[in-house]
Design a protein around this ligand. Structure first.
Ligand code: ZN
Length: 330
């Protein structure tokens, strides 16, 4: 398969993640192809087209982290390819009984120890890449005892992204009671990556900071979600509906809230995430169309969205809770 063909199947419309996962298992992918695959995936994520030339809200390396480490769980093509190539190292070190390993030992290794072997500059590109992958994975082989059992590409991939610590907000962002678009906006919220006016002014895109929802203050992340009079009225409606209250940081409060009913906590988190989504959408409508949405439809939309998700994921039938039975979802 030529480079052009590979790039052709990676164009938008194909399941690029699956394509990358499949071909990276078979071929050693050159850096140029991996960069192009990443660019196609990145452009599709932020603009649904291949034509995206702005700075993405979140770095691609962060998007490729697992969800419990703050990412979207998208496959990191380079690290996946490295993990796959590592299997060749495992075969060579194990002196696996296959023709390719015998050939490698005969042509390149010539009785050398695999872990201290250096390829000559005349060696093929593929062989040098295999040796480079060995160097990158060397500490993993010695620390994790990969030579003592079967080689797990997935296990090695997870080890390669292990240095990123787990996040405590995964349950807030990736709640099954939220629509996927709400999950995504909530993810941007906890990362503080919205393109607020404060950011746009800093990048030189616009010159006015003024919040379009209240028209009285500069639009920063903390103003939009905590100090804006419009957002505060929205949160007050939600607090009254769900009979909850908090002071200070919303994320800290909901994650540390000791609620006896797991379902109640899940519903509350979903409602808060959906409100954050609504505030951001209403901010965009106010900015681009000059219309500020009334509060009643916001609460109605949150209730309808939660009710719809309840029916879809059948959460209500798996849990019994008088609290949810009494909750006004109409
Ligand atoms: Zn405001």
């Amino acid at each position: 398969m030529g480079v052009q063909n590979f790039i052709a199947v990676c164009e938008p419309g194909y399941k690029v993640d699956a394509v990358c996962s499949y071909w990276a298992r078979i071929f050693l992918l050159p850096k140029g192809i991996i960069s192009r695959v990443d660019a196609v995936c990145r452009n599709y994520l932020w603009s649904r087209t291949d034509d995206f030339h702005r700075i993405p809200a979140v770095a691609w390396d962060t998007c490729c982290l697992p969800k419990d480490r703050g990412g979207l769980g998208i496959l990191h093509c380079h690290l996946w390819n490295l993990a796959v190539i590592g299997k060749f190292s495992w075969w060579i070190a194990q002196k696996k009984d296959n023709l390719w390993v015998k050939w490698v030992h005969h042509i390149y290794m010539k009785q050398s120890d695999w872990w201290s072997y250096h390829p000559s500059i005349n060696s093929s590109w593929t062989w040098r890449q295999i040796c480079k992958a060995r160097d990158a994975l060397c500490s993993g082989f010695s620390l994790n005892g990969w030579l003592n059992g079967d080689y797990s590409t997935h296990g090695v991939y997870i080890w390669l992204i292990r240095e990123h610590v787990t996040v405590n907000w995964m349950s807030l962002v990736w709640n099954r009671l939220c629509l996927p678009k709400v999950n995504f906006i909530c993810w941007l919220y906890v990362l503080n990556r919205f393109m607020t006016k404060e950011r746009l002014v800093r990048y030189g895109v616009i010159s006015s900071y003024l919040c379009d929802l209240c028209g009285t203050a500069q639009e920063t992340h903390s103003h939009l979600f905590f100090n804006c009079s419009y957002s505060q009225r929205c949160f007050l409606l939600l607090k009254q509906w769900l009979a909850i209250d908090w002071n200070g940081d919303l994320t800290m409060w909901i994650l540390s809230w000791r609620c006896r009913s797991l379902l109640r906590k899940k519903v509350t988190m979903a409602a808060l995430a959906t409100l954050i989504y609504n505030i951001w959408q209403n901010r965009n409508t106010a900015r681009h169309e000059g219309l500020v949405q009334h509060l009643a439809p916001v609460l109605r939309w949150i209730k309808a969205s939660l009710k719809g998700r309840f029916l879809q994921v059948k959460e209500s039938t798996r849990h019994s809770s008088s609290w949810i039975d009494n909750l006004d979802l109409a």
